[in-house]
Design a protein around this ligand. Sequence first.
Ligand SMILES: Cc1cc2nc3c(=O)[nH]c(=O)nc-3n(C[C@H](O)[C@H](O)[C@H](O)COP(=O)(O)OP(=O)(O)OC[C@H]3O[C@@H](n4cnc5c(N)ncnc54)[C@H](O)[C@@H]3O)c2cc1C
Ligand code: SF4
Length: 495
Amino acid sequence: MAPRPHWLFGDQLGPHFLDPGVPVVMVEARSAFARRRSHRAKAHLLLSAMRHRAAELGDRVRYVRAGTYREGLREAAGDARVTVSRPSSRAALRLVESMDRVEVLPDRGFLVSREEFAGWLEDRGGARLRLEDFYRWVRRSHDLLMDGGEPAGGRWNLDHDNREPPPRDRDDLGVPPPWRPHEDEIDEEVRRDLDRWEREGRVRFVGRDGPRLFPVTRREALSALRSFVAHRLPEFGRYEDAMLAGDPVMSHSLLSAPLNLGLLHPAECVERAERALRSGDAPLNSVEGFVRQIAGWREYVQQLYWHFGADYRQRNELRHHTRLPRWFLELDADAVRARCLSTVLAQVRDTGWTHHTPRLMVLGSHALQHGWDPAELTDWFHRCFVDGHDWVMAPNVVGMSQYADGGLMTTKPYTSAGAYIHRMSDLCDGCAYRPAERTGERACPYTTGYWSFVHRHRDLLAANHRTARAVRGLERLGNLPEVLALEEERGRRAP
Ligand SMILES: Cc1cc2nc3c(=O)[nH]c(=O)nc-3n(C[C@H](O)[C@H](O)[C@H](O)COP(=O)(O)OP(=O)(O)OC[C@H]3O[C@@H](n4cnc5c(N)ncnc54)[C@H](O)[C@@H]3O)c2cc1C
Ligand code: SF4
């Protein structure tokens, strides 16, 4: 009997998602782009990756361009029964489960399966979820960075070594530049299609269309991984949280996009990093930092997406209902005077990517301070980032960056006054504002925003031992009424 066709989704593009010899169907559904106004670079990346995969699979794949997934599957496979690896989002899972002829197989894209996670939860007997416990369990159970039963180098956590401010005497980190792709005729075709769809009014995008910056094939993804491990991993740890205006990538890996497209398996990324440690080519703090991101955070976030339930996306414990302002929705970096926010918003506009600290401590922190609606913000991050997928967005934005889950994911809200950005970046140099000033024309919007946030949520913050100090600071603040008046006056204007 001929094997049933296997339906590949656009984030299942690596070889580990396919058994040898099985025929394949792929559906490029325009509804996915028409539904929301994505960054054009993201639409380009997804389409280019799917079309490149189809070109590699040749006669083995039936590739259909259709209005919706349902229409496309009918056209590609008729009434035949098909298999699919468990999709990564609730919406896609609902769709495939609603079709009788689709058999859903286990997911293949992560280190930890849902069953293993459920077993881990059960063993904990209801203890509070903590990334650190999960991460150590993954390290042990996958024998990652372990020397027998002990963590390599004797320490599980080297975060303390990885929080350095950037070098003060340089505009960039001085590491070799990241791997970048060359576009080909498939990219040209994608660009032509996107232009046409926009002209015909079928889709609308945000962001600028520049040369493609991220891998779309397995071969490209492997080149990016190899290049990162060889040239940039050694410096990864030390400046992991730091920001430099002139060096947006620093020594980050830029691997989230190919990982989330399924072009790389997380196991091969962490194994290569460990090999670099064992061969003496990268130090422990960098390798541990990188392994923590992938085997810790990435795996944790994907488990929490399912564990927290379907209504997690709508959580809004802080009751933040302010709509996102137009300048932010339009990525209008030129309208912003605050150098940190303007620089980061321009990076999003031009590339659809920034590293972790700008996402959390510049974009997310500004939204939190101003009480922006967390669900709308989640949607914004999802649409505007090349690595934005539903499973990774909800915990990172609702939980980590907006504390909208009331502390299920983190033990405190992540936001800070301008002093943090000043310490961790060179962005305050040449800014129209001053990080330490909280009244007057040059008062830093992050500093006034911070105190206004602490004031608004003082009861909640006072009850949490990790934030109670902030409330005591507020009580000592001499000029709170002026700070709040300034915030009120600045209102929704771009800072
Ligand atoms: C508000 C907010 C939104 C975010 N949105 C996304 C998103 O849409 N997609 C996404 O992949 N990551 C997201 N992240 C996590 C993280 O910022 C990005 O994974 C990272 O910046 C991508 O750049 P990189 O590949 O150079 O990462 P590196 O700094 O090189 O880290 C290595 C890898 O670790 C993984 N990783 C690290 N932290 C996380 C995390 N918190 N969640 C999931 N994976 C993680 C990524 O796969 C990343 O490629 C978000 C974080 C915040 C605070
Ligand atoms: S002074 Fe304030 S607004 Fe300006 S860059 Fe620093 S933190 Fe940002």
